[in-house]
Design a protein around this ligand. Structure first.
Ligand SMILES: CC(C)(COP(=O)(O)OP(=O)(O)OC[C@H]1O[C@@H](n2cnc3c(N)ncnc32)[C@H](O)[C@@H]1OP(=O)(O)O)[C@@H](O)C(=O)NCCC(=O)NCCS
Length: 151
């Protein structure tokens, strides 16, 4: 179902409080604790046109109800840029009305318009709600992720 009055747009500095409210919910969803300095840095990065990380906000009748954060990077396998969708979150109060789908559709539209060659993302194998949405776009591949963390 399409959400009424929904539009997807770039953020501006005045959106910080609204974004932070959703970001906090996203961190709780993932049960992670991201230091305040990193949250502040992420917000500043998505507003910086010289950094290839960008945010898109879902706005509905003046309320920010969801966001994506993605990073563009070159690839050895394609000439054009690849877009990695790192974060997707919709306010629990706004779920089930097409906001998540609209945020992904927005990235697909941007990819086509700007000539990026791939849009990709990871999710937990058990995130059934998100996977229902994702499966409607494409099949998951069989790659697994290895990650070494340096503190
Ligand atoms: C996953 C998430 C972004 C979906 O957002 P949403 O706005 O509720 O999604 P939509 O309303 O656009 O629903 C899209 C599809 O997802 C599926 N879906 C959404 N909510 C569902 C639910 N509660 N149960 C089952 N399927 C569901 C449906 O297949 C729906 O298909 P439809 O468009 O044919 O109705 C949202 O639930 C969320 O933020 N979850 C917590 C964070 C998260 O998991 N992020 C993704 C991490 S990779």
């Amino acid at each position: 179902m399409a959400a009424r009055g929904l539009r997807i747009r770039d953020p501006n500095p005045g959106d910080e409080a609204a974004w932070r409210r959703l970001w906090s919910g996203y961190l709780i969803f993932y049960k992670v604790d991201v230091p305040e300095a990193v949250t502040a840095e992420t917000w500043s990065r998505v507003l910086d046109p010289d950094i290839p990380m960008f945010c898109r906000l879902a706005e509905q009748e003046g309320t920010i109800t969801g966001f994506t954060i993605s990073t563009l990077h070159p690839s050895t396998w394609t000439s054009d840029l690849n877009c990695y969708l790192e974060d997707l979150f919709v306010d629990p109060a706004a779920r089930g009305h097409g906001v998540g789908r609209a945020l992904i559709d927005d990235l697909i539209t941007l990819a086509r318009k700007k000539g990026w060659s791939r849009l990709y993302w990871h999710t937990n194998a058990g995130n059934e709600t998100a996977r229902k949405l994702y499966d409607s776009y494409t099949q998951a591949d069989d790659f697994v992720r290895y990650r070494i963390t340096f503190d």
